[in-house]
Design a protein. Structure first.
Lengths: 515, 297
């Protein structure tokens, strides 16, 4: 039988306490030089040509010719300078000298040509303007290339910033080997974690710490709890591991630093252009006027969102002039319906024997939290007299019905930096574009012509051409922008110098030091 | 042990009462949003507080009981009707028809009912079923997922009863199939299946909540416990009541119905219920006796 006296009890307790603390000490020591970042999904092998890996990790490993700066400014990356010919049919790039891939292969004109020809002129990538207009590549010098185009592509330089496929892979990399010139090297990846180590030969500012662990934590509450427990250092970023405003509020009160900045993507209520009900502009106007955007931003986004009626926020280049956000006006919404030939009141509306009743397609899988926003809008529209039926569907059904415009209302989002405005305009507002399961926000023959002109117009006339698109969308109430969600990150106290990454498709590490 | 059955019946009984009288019990419109009273705690105005859109939690819980009760009643009645008809037909007709039908029943029983319901909800979400509301899609999906048990049970009862001498006697006397089935066999089938169905109610309430939890059931703004649970999850850190209240309501009702079912199975039913059951059984036996005497006469 076990005999327990005071001495042995104290010794056992002390021993157990030490054993409890030991892993913590070891953990802290082992992670002193490591930034631990949550990612929502595994990174995979970061194949630049496949739409498989999550978007957030590419920029850490693979560099681009041009970097995205504040407000969409173009900054030198692997190209130190670039020149666009007057006719817009060729772009010359001076490539950065002395840069090598992490396998030792030099980055030069030959490597650049090999990379660019993997996607330029390839049908699968025709959604990228410069790939679609590609003609040929000329090597002007060991560190200078010229890309020749069949037609001008005003957004070409912005397109060279996007996540994939435009970044540069070592020509000698075997299949499945993510070898770039970026600040980080992939040490290992699995379904639960990707480990990156610093590329000490990186040409730019090197990270202040040597290792980054990207931990796959799909659940948002689990991510927040891991941050609290000190098992993660940073969580957030729409395309990295989204942090909800409510969770951010909770973490702010617990000693975590919350970093928020105006976002670059707009949440939009889309009207189906093929729905007979939504083809009636009076109905669209009533919905547009009947929604309290400020309440949506305050109640559901805790103030971490900015109400808007513009398609793109001012943080995106050539986003157009700003439209003041109108206050919710139920009377004006009802007046719009009356003017449109509808008869009724807050109890309901009819026109030619048809009751005003709309289907609001929502998928929590596609857009977490969307049902709550839909419920809020449903309540607001109910006061106008617009009966709104929320249909909650799974991701597959949403992806099936959205391209067919099989809904009256549904949520859309613009892509955000660095894809906008050309990315969302060229994909979500053009009849002929192939957006696959994502569907389109609105299409119309008149809009097609305006968007085509805007996307083809460069130079000083570009702003005006873009504005014509925005004006058409607003005049015709073709879409109902709601809010621009802010870029939101939560940072553990051991992290200092946190600055938001250039876009929400990038990982944070620049300027960060670890305590 | 003598007293516990009453206690276990209470939540189920209260659930049914609340479901029936909910329009008179709700203190607020369960869909009415009040942005000035978001996530409030219990008060005189809002007995169970408010949710993230300022809606009254008490009224939503009451409304949720009605939603579950009505859906449960529809599904039970429909599944029972389908199950009894198919099972009884299979058992009564026999032969190859029985073989085919029992195979269909076995296939339906091979998969968990909830999995079948989920698959059907996926099918119903296609454009061909846009004419059905989410609520009716859920009711139909659950009905089609739930009938097989009743069918199997009905078939077993019918097969057993057909072996009884009084059925043989009725046949000899020239009684028609419809007469034999409706007057002699159906009461036995219903007696067993209805008792089983009452115990199955808890599982159905849970299934309804599960589908709503997964976003596939009742559409907003209709209050539903599963939906309240999943929506409250985002606020669990700040206002756990949004999850606890519907969770407790759901747990109490499901446990209550499950214990009731267990009690039925063990025949440890409350005296009042047992008395009624016995009376029903006695009446059925008396009817059989009369029928037998008629046959003998």
């Amino acid at each position: 039988m076990l005999k327990l006296d005071r001495r042995s009890f104290l010794a056992t307790t002390a021993g157990l306490s030490f054993l409890t603390v030991l892993p913590r000490i070891a953990f802290a020591d082992g992670h002193a030089d490591t930034l631990r970042v949550a990612i929502a999904g595994e990174t995979g092998d970061l194949d630049l040509l496949q739409n498989v890996s999550t978007l957030s990790s590419y920029s850490a490993v693979f560099d681009a010719l041009i970097h995205y700066g504040p407000g969409g400014a173009l900054e030198p990356g692997l190209a130190t300078a670039w020149t666009i010919a007057e006719d817009g049919l060729s772009i010359s790039f001076d490539l950065r000298e002395g840069v090598s891939f992490t396998d030792g292969t030099p980055f030069d004109a030959t490597a650049a040509e090999w990379n660019l020809k993997r996607w330029m002129g390839v049908a699968d990538f025709s959604w990228i303007g410069i790939a679609d207009a590609f003609d040929s590549i000329v090597i002007d010098a060991p560190n200078k290339i010229t890309v020749k185009l069949k037609r001008p592509v005003p957004a070409a330089l912005l397109e060279l910033i996007i996540v994939r496929p435009v970044r540069f892979l070592s020509p000698k990399a075997a299949a499945g080997q993510p070898i770039g010139t970026g600040p980080w090297i992939v040490e290992s990846y699995s379904s639960t974690e990707t480990v990156l180590v610093r590329n000490d030969a990186y040409w730019g500012d090197k990270p202040a710490f040597g290792r980054m662990e990207l931990k796959v934590v799909p659940d948002e509450l689990a991510r927040a709890n891991a941050l609290r427990a000190g098992e993660l250092d940073v969580i957030g970023g729409d395309w990295v591991a989204a942090l909800s405003p409510r969770r951010a509020q909770a973490l702010a009160g617990e000693g975590m630093t919350i970093v928020a900045e105006p976002g670059t993507a707009t949440t939009i209520l889309g009207f189906s252009p093929q729905s007979p009900m939504m083809q009636d502009k009076a109905v669209r106007d009533a919905i547009f006027l009947g929604i309290d955007r400020a309440a949506v931003a305050t109640v559901l986004f805790e103030g971490f969102a900015d109400p808007t009626v513009d398609i793109f926020p001012a943080t995106v280049p050539t986003a157009g002039s700003r439209t003041p956000v109108p206050a919710r006006d139920v009377a004006a919404a009802q007046a719009a319906l009356t003017a449109g030939g509808w008869a009724g009141d807050a109890a309901g509306w009819t026109k030619d024997g048809t009751a005003l009743e709309i289907a609001f397609l929502v998928s929590e899988e596609s857009f977490p939290g969307s049902r709550r926003i839909a419920e809020m809008i449903q309540g607001m529209l109910m006061e106008v007299g617009v009966k709104t039926n929320i249909e909650t569907v799974d991701n597959a059904t949403m992806h099936d019905r959205r391209p067919k415009f099989d809904y009256d209302l549904t949520f859309f989002g613009t892509y955000g930096a660095p894809y906008d405005p050309h990315g969302s305009l060229g994909a979500s507002f053009v009849t002929a574009s192939d957006t696959g399961p994502d569907g389109k926000i609105y299409v119309h023959p008149d809009l097609d012509a305006l968007v085509a002109t805007a996307l083809e117009t460069g130079g000083d006339a570009r702003e005006g051409a873009m504005q014509a698109v925005y004006d058409w969308l607003r005049t015709n109430t073709a879409a109902c922008p709601l809010v621009v969600t802010q870029r939101l990150w939560a940072v553990h106290p051991r992290v200092a110098g946190f600055t938001l990454p250039a876009t929400d498709y990038d990982l944070p590490f620049k300027g960060i030091t670890l305590g | 042990m003598k007293n516990w059955p009453w206690a276990i019946l209470a939540p189920a009984f209260i659930f049914v009462l609340i479901g029936i009288f909910s329009p008179w019990l709700m203190t607020h419109d369960p869909a009415a949003q009040d942005y000035g009273a978001l996530l409030k705690g219990p008060s005189w105005d809002h007995w169970l507080g408010t949710d993230y859109l300022g809606r009254d939690m008490f009224s939503r819980i009451i409304g949720g009981a009605r939603t579950s009760l009505v859906a449960m009643a529809f599904v039970l009645v429909a599944a029972l009707a389908i199950g009894v008809v198919i099972g009884s037909f299979a058992g009564y007709v026999g032969g190859k028809t029985e073989l085919v039908l029992i195979s269909v029943i076995d296939i339906a029983l091979a998969l968990p009912s909830l999995v079948i319901a989920l698959a059907l909800m996926g099918v119903f979400s296609g454009e061909n079923f846009n004419w059905m509301s989410d609520y009716w899609k859920m009711v139909v999906a659950l009905t089609l997922a739930w009938w097989a048990n009743y069918a199997r049970m009905s078939r077993a009862v019918v097969v057993a009863e057909l072996q009884q001498p009084y059925i043989e006697a009725a046949r000899v006397m020239g009684a028609s199939h419809i007469w034999i089935f409706t007057r002699h066999i159906l009461p036995h089938v219903l007696g067993l299946v209805v008792v089983y169905a009452s115990a199955d109610a808890g599982a159905l309430v849970l299934a309804i909540a599960t589908l709503s939890f997964l976003g596939l059931g009742v559409a907003p703004p209709t209050p539903e416990w599963g939906q309240m649970l999943v929506d409250g999850m985002s606020y669990i850190e700040e206002n756990a009541a949004l999850v606890i209240i519907p969770g407790l309501a759901l747990t109490a009702v499901v446990v209550s119905f499950n214990l009731l079912g267990e009690a039925f199975a063990l025949q440890k039913v409350p005296r009042a219920v047992r008395g009624r059951l016995l009376a029903r059984k006695k009446a059925a036996r008396a009817a059989e006796e009369i029928a037998r005497q008629e046959v003998e006469a």
